[in-house]
Design a binder for this molecule. Structure first.
Ligand SMILES: [Zn+2]
Length: 240
């Protein structure tokens, strides 16, 4: 589970903007970039949160200007299956790169290498990409469910991936958990909250104080995740 210490905080809010923090052990120095309407703070693993904040504050004029001059993050429905387009995956903006060949889709770092036979048109490519996102959702959500099920001591009878327009997940009386595949576009720490929420329904089939107590105990970042979903969730759920 993600620790809630400031060192691992995934975002930083300055002047009403959420900056994504991207840490990497091989990174040597702090830097900033703007991608698909999102400001990213690139940092070595060891840099303290306070230092990141100071750095981002100092360069605020630069990234505000960059945000103004770059197109804002596209609504999900407007994402296209074209060269260089960005699609959201676990809170990252993944860039699509197309090649001609035997049909194959492979994730390499922050790039999705999509190999399709020549005659495929944009609509067909879109369908295949969506299928890949859905499969990725199944793998990731199954893995996270297993992880938290161990901590809870309860496991679902089955995990199903669905397309919903108004909910992220559900848990039925037969102990099956259904997840909305669009969850996979959200930051991983928000996805974890939804997983824990649905799992806790295996013990409490309601939203009673006892249920919320259980959710909060298993996932302490629950209030932040709920706030994130309230603010940004609609952008992802109605579309794609
Ligand atoms: Zn619920």
């Amino acid at each position: 589970m993600r620790k809630s210490s400031p060192l691992s905080a995934p975002t930083l809010t300055i002047a009403g903007h959420d900056l994504a923090i991207k840490r990497h052990p091989r990174r040597r120095r702090l830097s900033l970039r703007v991608r698909a309407g999102q400001v990213e703070v690139l940092a070595p693993t060891s840099v303290a949160f306070a230092q990141l904040k100071q750095f981002a504050n100092k360069h605020q004029a630069w990234w505000l200007e960059a945000l103004r001059s770059h197109p804002v993050a596209q609504p999900i429905a407007k994402r296209v299956a074209e060269e260089g387009a960005f699609w959201p995956l676990l809170g990252n903006e993944i860039q699509l790169s197309f090649r001609v060949g035997r049909r194959q889709i492979e994730l390499c770092d922050q790039q999705l290498i999509c190999q399709f036979p020549q005659p495929d048109n944009a609509q067909v490519r879109y369908k295949h990409l969506q299928a890949w996102w859905r499969e990725y959702a199944y793998q990731h959500l199954s893995q996270r469910t297993q992880f938290f099920a161990q901590a809870l001591g309860e496991a679902p009878s089955e995990i199903q991936i669905k397309t919903y327009r108004a909910r992220w997940g559900s848990c039925d009386a037969r102990r099956r958990i259904q997840y909305n595949w669009k969850l996979i576009c959200l930051p991983s720490w928000v996805v974890d909250y939804v997983v824990v929420h649905e799992l806790c329904h295996l013990k409490q089939m309601n939203h009673s104080p006892a249920f919320w107590q259980l959710v909060n105990r298993l996932y302490p970042d629950t209030p932040q995740a709920k706030a994130w979903l309230k603010q940004h969730g609609h952008q992802y759920i109605h579309q794609l």
